[in-house]
Design a protein around this ligand. Structure first.
Ligand SMILES: Cc1cc2nc3c(=O)[nH]c(=O)nc-3n(C[C@H](O)[C@H](O)[C@H](O)COP(=O)(O)OP(=O)(O)OC[C@H]3O[C@@H](n4cnc5c(N)ncnc54)[C@H](O)[C@@H]3O)c2cc1C
Length: 431
């Protein structure tokens, strides 16, 4: 059995994962899949406030397909991405960007597709996997209200679970904590922009008018509040997911966009009769500038509040799968969990310049995205969007963008970097 530095017989658990959402469950699933034997998994507790999982979000991502074995080549041995492949409900070989009645369609020459995972499939599959491992407990209807390092381990206060005393509180101890709570709870610094969106899944009486292409940024436009676009996924001949998205300088409640989403829906569906079957909404911080540092090195922050989302796009699902695998390997081999690895400095810097340009001049955003869509080939742009660009891809992206505003924002970003470097800051702020 591998040595496990997490093992501390005096604590209730070797590992406590705060939050059974995408990151928490992905990590637990990766531990189960990567452990040679089920008993090699450390004693793990996942604490989740929800009493049951619902189909609360659609996870989409680009992945490369293998012609013989649909969707698997991109995993390159990664079991985490293989697992996501098993969850895919629908894939599109082509996707579209549009603004002011001009559209650009992209399709990959290298087998990339745009994939859709309904979150309920993910939750149910992982719950089933975890139920087979006696070392992992998923405790629902419970939240963590306090974390405190004490001698030898970390102490957590749990509230309102089915497994608590009359007072509604229970104290448990852990050798290590992976904390996936969302930004509000972990006190992150302000984001450069917030991607705020509200989506409606509708079932139409008659077949809809769209061909089998994912409209990832449809009708990009600008109003007094900034940049916005629609997102339209034809899920089958009668079902559409229509989302209204804003890149907002301030965080808005996602629910406030429901009227805009209804308006987008009316535009997309025209006179067709439809029934709304599901809603989803969220706020994804883009380009966070700082994070609270946990009070103890055995306490790791991860998830959206700690670098899970790619700053310039807000895409996080696949990045979380990759992190979960790396983190699980670290736990199983060295007994040590790890947070989100920082992005490559040049990529991070380009993302920040890009975000700064949009934040300071939202009217330019449709032109920026349409320039990328028209001037950069689908595969180059995909490598950029999915965190794996080579130098030529980065160069192609830079050359496609209008120079003057970007140069201005590049200088502003360099200045911001100097100011940041002169302050005391966390590791995550370093470019
Ligand atoms: C509607 C929606 C659609 C999205 N679509 C995409 C997409 O298409 N592609 C993509 O790449 N990304 C997408 N994202 C972004 C990202 O992938 C998801 O937000 C993802 O769920 C982030 O994972 P996470 O673990 O950081 O957060 P979550 O999945 O939200 O998990 C955090 C967990 O912590 C729990 N929690 C909160 N407080 C406590 C507490 N005090 N104690 C214990 N637990 C607590 C929460 O209940 C939650 O389960 C989407 C996000 C949303 C909201």
């Amino acid at each position: 059995m591998p040595t496990n530095r997490l093992n501390n017989p005096d604590s209730d658990y070797d590992l406590i994962i705060i939050g059974g959402g995408c990151s928490g469950l992905s990590l637990a699933a990766a531990l189960c899949r990567l452990a040679v034997q089920p008993e090699h998994v450390p004693r793990t507790l996942i604490v989740e406030p929800r009493s049951r999982y619902t189909n609360d979000r659609s996870w989409c991502f680009w992945a490369q397909a293998d012609h013989n074995n649909q969707g698997r080549q991109e995993s390159r041995g990664s079991q985490a991405v293989d697992m996501a492949v098993d969850l895919i409900a629908k894939s599109w070989p082509s996707w579209e960007f549009s603004a002011e009645s001009v559209s650009h369609r992209h399709a990959s020459d290298e087998g990339w597709n745009y994939h859709y995972v309904p979150s309920i499939r993910f939750y149910e599959q992982i719950e089933e996997l975890l139920a087979q491992n006696p070392k992992i407990t998923l405790l629902k209807s419970t939240l963590v209200s306090e974390v405190k390092p004490v001698k030898g381990f970390l102490e957590l206060v749990l509230e309102c679970g089915s497994d608590v005393t009359e007072s509604g509180r229970r104290v448990v101890t852990a050798g290590q904590i992976v904390d996936t709570r969302i930004p509000a709870q972990v006190d992150v610094g302000p984001a450069m922009l917030n991607q705020v969106f509200f989506g409606l899944e509708v079932r139409l009486e008659s077949p809809h008018r769209f061909d089998d292409v994912a409209r990832v940024m449809k009708d990009m436009r600008v109003d007094n509040e900034g940049f916005m676009f629609d997102y339209v996924l034809p899920l089958d001949r009668h079902t559409l997911l229509v989302e209204f998205t804003r890149f907002a300088a301030k965080s808005l409640p996602a629910e406030s966009l429901r009227p805009d989403a209804l308006e987008s829906l009316r535009r997309v569906c025209g006179d067709a009769s439809f029934q709304i079957v599901r809603e989803e909404c969220g706020v994804i911080p883009m380009g966070l500038s700082g994070f609270a540092v946990p009070a103890d090195p055995r306490w790791i922050y991860t998830g959206l509040g700690a670098g899970a989302a790619r700053p310039s796009t807000g895409y996080a699902f696949k990045r979380i799968q990759r992190w979960a695998e790396i983190c699980a390997e670290g736990i199983l081999k060295e007994g040590k969990a790890q947070g989100f690895p920082p992005d490559r400095p040049l990529l991070m810097w380009m993302d920040k310049v890009f975000l700064r340009t949009i934040a300071s001049n939202p009217a330019l955003a449709p032109q920026l995205f349409m320039s990328l869509a028209s001037k950069v080939s689908a595969d180059r742009l995909l490598r950029f969007l999915t965190d794996r660009p080579g130098m030529q891809d980065l160069l192609a992206v830079m050359l496609a963008l209008p120079k003057l505003p970007l140069i201005r924002c590049a200088f502003a970003e360099i200045y911001a970097g100097i100011v940041t470097a002169n302050r005391s800051h966390t590791w995550h702020e370093v470019l």
